[in-house]
Design a protein around this ligand. Sequence first.
Ligand SMILES: [Zn+2]
Ligand SMILES: [Zn+2]
Ligand SMILES: [Zn+2]
Length: 291
Amino acid sequence: MRSLLILIAFIISLPSSAQQLVFLGNLQDAGAPQFNCDKSCCLIERPNEYVASIGVYSEDEAFLFDATPDFTHQARFLQKQSKTKLSGVFLTHAHMGHYTGLMHIGREASNERSLAVYAMPRMADFLENNGPWDQLVQLNNIEVKRLSGPENLETISVTPIQVPHRDEYSETVGYLIKGVNKTAFYLPDIDKWNVWDQSIIELIQSIDYAIIDGTFLAEGEIERPMSEIPHPFISETIALLESLPKTEKNKVWFTHFNHTNPVRDKNHPIRVKLENEGYHFAEFAKEISLN
Ligand SMILES: [Zn+2]
Ligand SMILES: [Zn+2]
Ligand SMILES: [Zn+2]
C-alpha cells in the first residue's frame, strides 16, 4: 500500500504536460512578397510564411517571442496548440518586424487587458513614450515588464542577452530560454558574429537549440550595399562552425530569411546540402521539445 502511495505521489509530481517550442515564422521583418519586388522570390507565394517568431508553451503557459506584423496568425496558432491563453510576449528590439504586431491588441483591435510585454529598458521607454504604443500602456492593453536579468516564470526561465545591431530606438537582445530540461537560444537579428563580445560557438556548445539569424545566404544577394544592413551571412556562419561535429551543427536552426534568400525554397540544392550537414531551417508549425 505504501509503495502504491509513493508511486501515486511520484506520478502527481511529474511535469503536468509536454513543453514545446514552436516555430511561428521564418522571414525577415518585411516578409514576402515584398513591396515593389518583381523578382521570382516574390512572384511565387508560399503558404504559411510569416515574419520570424517562436512560441514556447505547455499546458500552463504560452509565450510568444516578438510581436510581428503577422501576430494575429501566430498568436492564434500558439493558443490553439497550447490550449491556453497567451501569457505574455518577449520583444527582442524596436525594428518594425519585431514589435508592430502589438497593434493587434489595442482598442482598435482585440482590446486586451494587461497583456504582459517583456522588454529591455530602452525598448520599454520607447513603447511608453511614443505614440501610438503609449496608448496601449495608458489603456492597460499591455503591462510593460522591464527586464534586467533572468525572468523566472512558472515553467520557463528567460534571460535576455544583448547583441550588437542597428540600435536606433532600442537595444537588441537574443533570449536564452530554459525549459524543463532543455535550453534554446533565440536570436533573429545580430550585425556580425565578430563584433559580439561572446562566442557563438561556445554558446551553441552550452545549449540544446540555437535559432539564429540567417537573413542572407551570401554577399551579393541584394543590389544595395549589404554593409548598410549587416547580418552574419549563412555562408559565414557555416564557415565559422565548420570544425564542429554534426551533433553541434544539429542544434542550429536558421531563421529571419530575407525575401531574396534562396533557402526559402525547401528543394534548393544549397539548403538540401546544408540539411545533410546537420543544419535546420525554421518553418511555420514545426515543433521541438524542451522536455
Ligand atoms: Zn529583423
Ligand atoms: Zn522578392
Ligand atoms: Zn533588426
